[in-house]
Structure formats: structure tokens, C-alpha cells
Design a protein around this ligand. Structure first.
Ligand SMILES: Cc1cc2nc3c(=O)[nH]c(=O)nc-3n(C[C@H](O)[C@H](O)[C@H](O)COP(=O)(O)OP(=O)(O)OC[C@H]3O[C@@H](n4cnc5c(N)ncnc54)[C@H](O)[C@@H]3O)c2cc1C
Length: 361
């Protein structure tokens, strides 16, 4: 049967996103091992907790997407269980009101979903690197020197730094530096804002995902409400509108929460690849230049697998528990998707991610 250009593009995209999901599942396993090892080595508990997650939906479209996500999770061997409204309310009494109001009608329970305290994780990684003799030089890179098929140094505010191999991992800023390598990276900054709410007592036991929004209960009683997905260039500030929108989500799910409960808000820039899959691998023109960028909403989650995969690539090694990947899926030099694709607007991309990643409310 002939395959149309658009259906073959869709297949390529589907195969790539499947590779990204395999990377996520592997990274999950690595996080559990790393958390234990980092604590033993550095004494820092990075806060990795398997608290479980409830993915909930209200509208019919949301429930259809949740059903599709459930099938994907099952294919990947992820433990999951479908719940109707009554079962959801029984599992998470704080959501009983939302179920009664018809905001939520169905859900999926992922008992292995976990949370981590990112800043503590970075502290632990930092301490572990220092203990292993790694030199960390805080500096801004403003140029990459290339001779023939090799990078010969990076010019930084701390002077020129030379190494055997170089890895470009500058998040949303990677595209500008990649140009020095003759590489086009379609990594765009996507702002995310988060609200931290201080409740008198913790009401949630599970992470609750509602479409692309989520509530993360911290053991200290606080609640993270996240996160916006905004195409506003490199502006990394917070806005009152976003805070109000996020508080609106929290109130739809949990009932009234006074504004005074907002303790903090913050924003960051996610490095979003236009095809939704990270770039991990060798730069096409230099033998000793590597890239790890474009992880968008999953860069913390996928960090462990990405690091081990990249280290394997550089060393020409194969970590024992590494899944079989089609490495081309992450190739930094893969062609940007053609129309709709090359030149696909970030908005169209975000709409597609919204469809694919989770069930909207
Ligand atoms: C609100 C919000 C919530 C999120 N929630 C989650 C989540 O729940 N789970 C998850 O997995 N991910 C989440 N993410 C996404 C995650 O934070 C990113 O995917 C991840 O941080 C990407 O890591 P990175 O190292 O590639 O880029 P970054 O974290 O952006 O780091 C890049 C670094 O490079 C530095 N840099 C840039 N240019 C230069 C230069 N010229 N010289 C030197 N240094 C440079 C930058 O200063 C920065 O420190 C969230 C993001 C946001 C904003």
C-alpha cells in the first residue's frame, strides 16, 4: 500500500516520540539508583519519593486522550490502573468535590510516579562530581573554536578551556552556540511559571495531573501548582495573570484557596525542540563535539538516561541496562520537520504536544 508523505512523516514522528518515552522509562529506573548512590556518597537526600500520581480528566476529549495515554503506558510496562470518578474520590478524598462538581470524571493511577527536589539533586550531583575530582568552572561561553573536524577550545569569561571532548548543553541558548558548529538546532525557549502554595495542612497524597497542569504535594505541606507553557522568547519573569490562572486550576480541583496562601512564584525557560524529542549525540561536522539539549518538559526526568546515553556514545561503550535505542531519533542534525514541521509555529507545536503528552481537562 502506498504511504503518503504526510503519513510517513507522522510515522517518523511517532517512532521518535516512542524513543523519547523509552528514554523516560529508563531514566526513571536510573533516578532510583542514583538517588540511593548519591545519598550514600554525599549524605544529601535529593527528595526522590515514589508518591504516585493520578492523571485525571473531565471532558470527553480528555477522557479519550487519557485512554490513549493508558494504552501507551501499558505498552511501556508502566504500572497503571484506570479509575472511575467514585474510585478516584475514594483514593484521593481531596478530589471528591471536583468529582461531585463534574470537573473530573475519570482518572488513571500511576503508582510509581515520583517527585524529586531539583535543587537538592543538583547539590548532590555537584558534591559527587567534586568528590570524584571533576573541576567545575563557572563561566559564560562566548565562542567555540573549530579547526577542521575538531573543536579546539571554548572561549569563556574564565579564559579558554580545552578538552578532549566538548558537550553543548546550554538549554534554550544551545541554538546560538550550535551555529559555531555549523549545526542548526531548533531549540526554542518555552516559559513555565509555577506557584508554591502553603496550605494549613497537606490535603493531597498523590501528584495530580489535569491535562498539562499539575499539583505536586510536598511532604512539608506545601503544594506546587504548575505550570504555564508560554511562547514569549527569553523573558523569564512571572506574571500576575499566570498566577491567577494556576490558582484557578488549583481551585477547580481542590475548592477555595485564598490568595494569601501563595507563598512564591517563579519562572524558567524550557528548551523546547520543535519536534518534541531531545537532541542527544555527536555534532555532524566535528568528531569531538556533542550535544544534549531540547528536553522541553522532561529535562529533569530524562537527565539520567540522557547523561548515560551520551557518555556511552562518547566512550563507544554500552551500559549494561541500556535499552535498545534507535540513536538516529535523537540525532542533533536530524532534519527539522518539513511543513507542517519546518517553520511549524511554536504554537502549533505546543498544541500537538498538548494532544500527545496528556489528556487536557
Ligand atoms: C516551570 C517548569 C517546570 C518544569 N517541570 C519539570 C518536571 O516536572 N519534570 C521535568 O523533567 N522537567 C521539568 N521542567 C523542564 C526542565 O527544567 C528542563 O527540561 C531542563 O532544565 C533542561 O535542562 P538543560 O540543562 O538542557 O537546560 P537548562 O536547565 O536551561 O540549563 C542550561 C544552562 O546553560 C546555561 N547557559 C546558557 N548559555 C550559556 C553560555 N553561553 N555559557 C555558559 N552557560 C550557558 C544556562 O545559564 C543554564 O544554566 C520544568 C521546567 C520549568 C520551567
Amino acid at each position: 500500500m502506498p504511504v503518503s508523505a504526510s503519513s510517513s512523516r507522522a510515522q517518523v514522528r511517532w517512532r521518535r516520540s516512542l524513543q523519547a518515552e523509552i528514554l523516560t522509562a529508563w531514566s526513571d529506573r536510573l533516578h532510583r539508583t542514583w538517588a540511593r548512590e548519591l545519598e550514600a556518597e554525599t549524605g544529601i537526600d535529593n527528595g526522590l519519593r515514589r508518591c504516585g500520581g493520578l492523571h485525571v480528566a473531565g471532558s470527553e476529549a480528555g477522557r479519550r486522550r487519557l485512554a490513549a495515554a493508558l494504552a501507551r503506558w501499558r505498552d511501556l510496562g508502566i504500572r497503571c490502573e484506570r479509575l472511575d470518578g467514585a474510585a478516584l474520590a475514594a483514593r484521593e478524598p481531596a478530589l471528591a468535590g471536583a468529582v461531585a462538581r463534574g470537573v473530573i470524571e475519570a482518572g488513571v493511577l500511576l503508582s510509581d510516579e515520583a517527585q524529586i527536589r531539583t535543587s537538592r539533586h543538583l547539590d548532590a550531583l555537584h558534591a559527587s562530581c567534586l568528590a570524584r575530582g571533576v573541576t567545575i568552572t563557572p563561566a559564560t561561553v562566548h565562542g567555540i573554536a573549530v579547526t577542521g573536524d575538531r573543536v579546539t577550545g571554548v572561549d569563556t569569561t574564565a579564559g579558554t578551556i580545552r578538552a578532549g571532548h566538548y558537550c553543548l548543553a546550554a538549554g534554550s541558548w544551545s541554538g546560538g552556540l550550535a551555529a559555531s558548529l555549523g549545526l542548526t538546532l531548533e531549540t526554542v525557549p518555552i516559559r513555565g511559571q509555577i506557584v508554591l502554595v502553603r496550605l494549613p495542612r497537606q490535603v493531597l497524597a498523590w501528584i495530580v495531573s489535569f491535562g498539562l497542569d499539575y499539583l505536586v504535594p510536598r511532604p512539608d505541606g506545601r503544594l506546587l501548582v504548575g505550570a504555564t507553557i508560554e511562547d514569549v522568547g527569553f523573558a523569564a519573569d512571572t506574571t500576575a495573570t499566570a498566577t491567577a490562572d494556576l490558582m484557578g486550576v488549583a481551585r477547580r480541583l481542590l475548592g477555595d484557596i485564598p490568595d494569601e496562601r501563595v507563598e512564591r512564584t517563579w519562572a524558567g525557560l524550557r528548551p523546547g525542540n520543535v519536534d518534541g524529542v531531545p537532541s542527544i549525540g555527536r555534532a555532524p561536522r566535528q568528531r569531538n563535539a556533542w550535544v544534549s539539549a531540547g528536553h522541553f518538559r522532561a529535562g529533569i526526568h530524562q537527565s539520567t538516561g540522557s547523561a548515560v546515553l551520551l557518555a556511552d556514545m562518547i566512550l563507544g561503550a554500552r551500559s549494561p541496562d541500556r535499552p535498545v535505542f534507535d540513536d538516529r531519533a535523537f540525532d542533533p542534525a536530524r532534519p527539522a520537520p518539513a511543513d507542517p514541521g519546518h517553520g511549524e509555529s511554536v504554537r502549533a507545536y505546543l498544541d500537538r504536544v498538548a494532544e500527545a503528552v496528556a489528556a487536557p481537562p
